[in-house]
Structures are given as C-alpha cells and as structure tokens.
Design a protein around this ligand. Structure first.
Ligand code: SF4
Ligand code: SF4
Length: 473
C-alpha cells in the first residue's frame, strides 16, 4: 500500500508505513532546532501544517520551543475564534449495541448494564429538561443496533427534538454521533437537518482496531475509516473526527488524525469541522487502567496545542470526561466547544437515574451544572456561546471553511455569542451568573469591530429584553 491522501481506500489515505516513517522522522528531529523553528514559522502563517511537521512539534521536548508552541496555539485560537466557547450537551437515545468494543460498557456482551432506549415521549421530556437548562445544541448518541436503533428511529428522534418549543427554548442544532453507515442513510440524516456528523475513529492503528473491536459490524476497519467519505458523498459537509486517546500510542493516533484531516481536505476541499479529544475513562465493566497507552495531562495539553496549530480552522471539543482543572488548562490552548451539565446515560436529564438502574457510558469528571460552568467560563474571561448560526444560515462545509480560514468568522462568532448569552441569562441563569454576564456583555459589545454590526447587535440585545429571541449574524 502506498500513501495517497486522495485515495478512497482507508489503508492508502491512513497509511501505516507512512505513519511509521513519520514517527521515525519526528523522533530523529525532535531536537532539530532549525527544523522546529521553521515549522513554528510556517504555523504562524495560520495555514496549517502537514502531519509530518505537526508530528515533529508533538515530539519536540525542548522547553523553550514548547513554550512557543503553547503560546502560538493560544494566539491562533484567539485569532480564529476569539474568546467565545460554544456550549452543547450530549443526549443518549439508546445503549443497545451489537458491537464488541472492549473499551465501552455498551458492548453487546455486557449483561450487567441496564439497556435502555428512549421513546419519543421520553425524548420530549429530556429535551424539555435540556431546554430548561438553557441548551440550544445537542449531540445525539446511540449504539449500533439495526433492530433497536434503526435509522428510522434516529430520524424520528431528530424530528421530535426539532419540533419541541418549550417556553423560550428550542434546540437549534442537532449533531449526530452514530455508527458508520451507508451513503443513503447519510443523505437521510442530511435531509433531517443534522449539523455535524461525528464519528470517532477510536484508533487509526488497524491491527489494534481489529483487536479492540473483535465482533460486530464495527470490526470492519475500512468501512469505519471510510465513513466520513460516505457522509460527504451523502451531502453532509460538516464532519467531526476524534480518537479515543489511551487505546494506542498517542503519537501514532495523532499522525493518523492529521492524515485523516489532510485526506478530507485533499478529497473534498473541506477539512474536519471539529476534532474531539476524548481520553479513555472508567465505566461499568471497563477498567481504564487496563489500557496501557493512557496519557497524562501534560501530553494531553501538548496534543491539544499541536492540533490547534496544525488545523487552525477546526473547532475542538472537550467533554465532561475531563475534570474542571484539565478543561481549564486546554481551553487556553485551542478548545472551542465544551459540554456542560451532561448526562452520559440514556435519559437522566428529566429524572436522575436511580443507583440500581444505571446506563452511563462513562463516568463524568466535571459534574457541575450548566449555570456553574457558564459562570466559571465568564470568570476566566470567556464568552459562553449558545450560537448555532452558521448551520442555520447555510454556512456549512466550504462556505464555513472559507470564512474561517480568512479569519472572518470571528465577526459572526463574537456578536452571536453575546446575543445568545443574553438569551441564556434572561431565561435560565441564576441571579449571580446573570449579573456577571450582563457586565461581560456590556464590556464585550464595545469590542465588536464593525460599527454597523455593533449598532445592530445593541439593538438586538434590547429586543431580547423586550421578549424577542433568536437573533443572529
Ligand atoms: S463504542 Fe459505540 S459501537 Fe462500540 S460498544 Fe460502545 S456504543 Fe457500541
Ligand atoms: S457564528 Fe458559526 S462558528 Fe461562530 S459560534 Fe456561531 S455557529 Fe459557531
């Protein structure tokens, strides 16, 4: 097999030999100051890096150079996304699953965990509870089970979610994280109005992949790895990548992830809309410490920083798997989206799951409420954003990317963050959070660069006070 970023074959666009050569090259050059300087210089142009260049930076262990890398990551994040952090919550529809993934408690052989699937009525209750927290953006999660969770069930659930308007609430963007499927099904998801299609690769290392997925359709490495190509063919132009760090050597996963991003860019002219960076967590029937490749917080931070500068246009997501402390650290280095107030069980937002009836996929580390997280973000100078404007304005795929790459998306992100935060503060926040937020909006609105946009935004903010909702640029 020869590496070919434009190939449609998994083993050619994620090429094992090429990754091994890349890792060797990165190791050999990890002290090569001249080369590292030239890569950092290239990264400063904000046009991204190749997987090879990014791998050299990841391996670099020269203290001063790493400081430069972290500082650059932080600056790039500010340049592309400003200080807004987009909020979302996961909604687990069903944990029935026919696969045998050894790191996930939903694997088919787990007879201990409670199996659940939400009815449409239950979805309605969950969505009302999520709206009452203030959420506007969801990530749907479901195991793979053609009998219990067929595509029709997912489509019906999306329709239900979009249809619920409770008080001033609405879910305005539904992202979907379901198993690799056919072009035809991706077309159906597109027609149902999904935002991003998210699918974690878990690991790019084929041999390990096959061992970690011993049974079920997910065992097929090529079918899984080529899923984003089918999603794009089906018309979904925002796709979200991710690996589960801890399953394989992180350097291998990082190079694979960067190769995948290059493949999407080379083939479709649109790189990944988002990259998620989950680390393996303890869960029912799963002992995270039994996986040998766990990474510590320092390595994790370095990975986040290197992804940020290698693919500057891509949103980066971190979930409540990570602790408050860890989230705080990587927010500076490139994370642009976080979940808050999350439940990783099937149901649990409307009524908490009783101890004897647990269906969680993994333990949540950051257990704070959404209000606490919103407040915490503002105290650190970030603007929590409930914006979903791009998808609703048709700014997806290459339209989004061209705005983002030219640095112009910030002109939308910033005022949209302020307006959606104002909605949140008005409808859902605690008095303390509200007070802090209103002060922040007052200060931040002055920073809107375009005078025209500023005048319109100030007017919209007043209209929110008067009871109107859903303004966007
Ligand atoms: S990771 Fe997904 S496919 Fe694998 S067992 Fe869990 S829910 Fe099923
Ligand atoms: S304007 Fe677009 S990129 Fe910015 S926060 Fe809103 S949806 Fe996201």
């Amino acid at each position: 097999m020869v590496y070919d970023p434009k190939s449609k074959k998994a083993e050619e666009f994620i090429n094992h030999e090429e990754i091994l050569k890349t890792l060797e090259y990165a190791q050999k050059n990890k002290h090569n100051v001249e080369l590292i300087d030239s890569i950092i210089e290239k990264a400063k142009a904000r046009k991204g890096l190749s997987y090879r260049e990014a791998s050299v930076l990841l391996d670099c262990d020269i203290k001063e150079k790493n400081e430069e890398i972290f500082a650059l990551a932080e600056q790039i994040k500010k340049d592309f996304y400003g200080n807004r952090i987009v909020m979302f919550a996961p909604l687990y529809l069903s944990n029935y699953c026919v696969n045998g993934c050894v790191y996930c408690p939903y694997h088919a052989k787990n007879k201990v965990i409670k199996r659940k699937k939400l009815t449409q009525k239950e979805i309605e209750e969950e969505v009302i509870a999520l709206q009452d927290m203030g959420h506007k953006r969801l990530a749907l999660e479901a195991g793979e089970d053609p009998v219990n969770n067929p595509i029709e069930y997912i489509l019906e659930s999306i329709k239900t979610i979009y249809s619920i308007k409770h008080k001033n609430g609405a879910i305005r963007r539904v992202n979907v994280n379901i198993a690799a499927t056919t072009v035809e099904n991706y077309k159906k998801l597109k027609d149902a109005g999904i935002g991003t299609y998210i699918l974690f690769q878990e690991t790019y290392h084929k041999e390990s992949y096959e061992k970690l997925h011993p049974t079920g359709p997910k065992h097929n490495y090529a079918y899984h790895t080529e899923a984003m190509d089918r999603a794009m063919e089906g018309g979904i132009d925002d796709v979200g990548l991710g690996v589960l760090f801890g399953l394989e050597l992180y350097r291998y996963e990082f190079a694979g992830l960067m190769m995948h991003a290059e493949h999407l860019e080379a083939t479709f002219g649109v790189g990944p809309h988002t990259i998620s960076v989950p680390r393996i967590r303890h869960a029912n029937d799963i002992d995270a410490s039994s996986f040998d490749n766990g990474i510590d917080d320092d390595v994790f931070a370095k990975i986040v920083a290197c992804i940020r500068i290698a693919v500057p246009y891509t949103g980066m997501i971190i979930s409540t798997r990570e602790s408050q402390q860890c989230r705080e650290r990587v927010l500076h280095l490139g994370i642009s989206q976080i979940s808050g107030g999350s439940k990783t069980s099937v149901g649990g937002y409307a009524v908490p799951e009783p101890e004897y009836d647990k269906s969680e996929q993994f333990d949540v580390s950051d257990t704070r409420t959404l209000d606490e997280i919103v407040k915490w973000l503002m105290e650190m100078g970030y603007i929590p954003s409930f914006c979903t404007a791009c998808y609703r304005e048709g700014r997806t795929g290459d339209r989004f990317m061209s705005l983002c790459k030219s640095g112009q998306i910030l002109n939308c992100c910033h005022p949209n963050a302020l307006m959606t935060l104002k909605e949140y503060l008005t409808d859902y926040a605690s008095p303390e959070t509200k007070e802090l937020g209103l002060k922040l909006i007052e200060k931040e609105i002055e920073k809107v660069k375009s005078q025209k946009v500023k005048v319109i935004a100030i007017n919209y903010l007043k209209e929110i006070d008067a009871g109107k909702r859903d303004f966007r640029f």
